[in-house]
Design a protein around this ligand. Structure first.
Ligand code: SF4
Length: 360
């Protein structure tokens, strides 16, 4: 039988916090109780590893040291600074929330879990993290690390992809979190999952919980947490028409509700399968005139780009206009110089392509 939670709560939290004091990484957002900086770090770190998120956090804090600074920024500037991190709706929500905090709360973040939860882009985990780290409220912050630690130690076999899982694991964590030190408890749970009880090869021999851990006792580390198979990613075939004229490229802002909204890319034709010859594009879209006006280079390479639920197969069809004239450009498309393009927010794939092919 797995150890019962309530009877183990005190020992568990004491051991965990002790472990945290000895082993935690010194990360800049852990040295502050400023809710703005904690919020910033939490938004940046959603679905992002610490090493990848760290330079972004440092850049944002340097450029926007206060929530007022972030609120004053243009959205395009915020997206440009975010470029490469993916999930751009996070950046847009973050900017929106900064403006709301300044406009409605005089620049002060709400100081409790329930009120934080009402902010755009702030879910249960993030609200709990800010409420505990900045305001010491005893509310558990439950992320993937916490699922793993609790399921392994206490033998919880609920499938973490099921809708009931969040409720169940949060209730378990609520029984364990101490009222007198919730900030360190939450930090410790997350850190323990990140560096000790890792998904693959957890360090069980040097673990302070190995005498009470269900997974260790039963050799079930690889079976917990229980997670049913992921949804298969949807394949999409994107063909970019890269119109070049006198060293400038035709680009447009993505305004539709789709991936990369608010970022800039090239005119696009999406095909049901991989397009191999110009006719495949012509069949898919009457933007054919663009192909005929200049010198077309059929791409030899397909870039594969993975998003959470989509696998993008991307081709860049380059069209050099030379002296040819475009009679009209479609709505929203304009030519941009190298310097202008540099300042536009772009998906990292587009940025890489431009740097490879045009402006190194
Ligand atoms: S004994 Fe192993 S599986 Fe159990 S908590 Fe420690 S590191 Fe994780």
């Amino acid at each position: 039988m797995p150890p019962s939670l309530a009877s183990q709560a005190l020992t568990f939290s004491q051991k965990l916090i002790q472990w945290y004091h000895r082993h935690h990484r010194d990360l800049p957002w852990r040295r502050t109780t400023d809710p703005y900086k904690i919020w910033l770090s939490e938004i940046i770190l959603q679905q992002t590893r610490v090493v990848q998120g760290m330079p972004y956090y440092l850049r944002f804090v340097e450029k926007y040291p206060t929530v007022q600074d972030l609120a004053r920024a243009e959205e395009q500037e915020v997206l440009r600074l975010w470029q490469g991190l993916g999930y751009y709706s996070r950046a847009r929500n973050m900017h929106h929330t900064a403006r709301l905090v300044v406009g409605e709360f005089d620049g002060n973040f709400p100081n409790n879990y329930a009120a934080l939860l009402k902010l755009k882009g702030v879910g249960e985990y993030t609200a709990a993290a800010i409420a505990s780290f900045a305001f010491n409220e005893a509310v558990p912050a439950v992320d993937g690390n916490v699922y793993r630690v609790l399921s392994r130690i206490f033998g919880i076999k609920t499938d973490i992809t099921h809708s009931s899982a969040k409720r169940e694991f949060t209730a378990a964590a609520r029984q364990l979190i101490p009222d007198n030190d919730p900030a360190n408890f939450n930090q410790a749970m997350i850190e323990f999952g990140a560096i000790q009880c890792q998904p693959v090869a957890p360090d069980c021999l040097l673990c302070p919980f190995n005498e009470m851990c269900y997974a260790f006792e039963h050799g079930a580390q690889n079976l917990l947490p229980v997670k049913s198979k992921k949804m298969k990613a949807r394949n999409r075939y994107l063909n970019y028409l890269v119109l070049e004229k006198e060293g400038r490229l035709a680009m447009k802002e993505r305004i539709k509700k789709d991936v990369w909204k608010g970022l800039y890319d090239f005119p696009l034709i999406e095909t049901p399968q991989e397009a191999k010859i110009p006719n495949d594009l012509i069949e898919a879209n009457p933007l054919v005139s663009w192909i005929k006006v200049g010198q077309l280079t059929v791409p030899q390479k397909t870039y594969v780009h993975l998003l959470t639920h989509q696998k993008l197969h991307v081709k860049f069809w380059q069209i050099e206009l030379k002296n040819a004239e475009m009679s009209t450009l479609p709505e929203g498309v304009s030519f941009y110089s190298e310097a202008q393009i540099e300042s536009l927010p772009k998906p990292i794939l587009i940025d890489t392509f431009i740097k490879e092919q045009f402006f190194t």
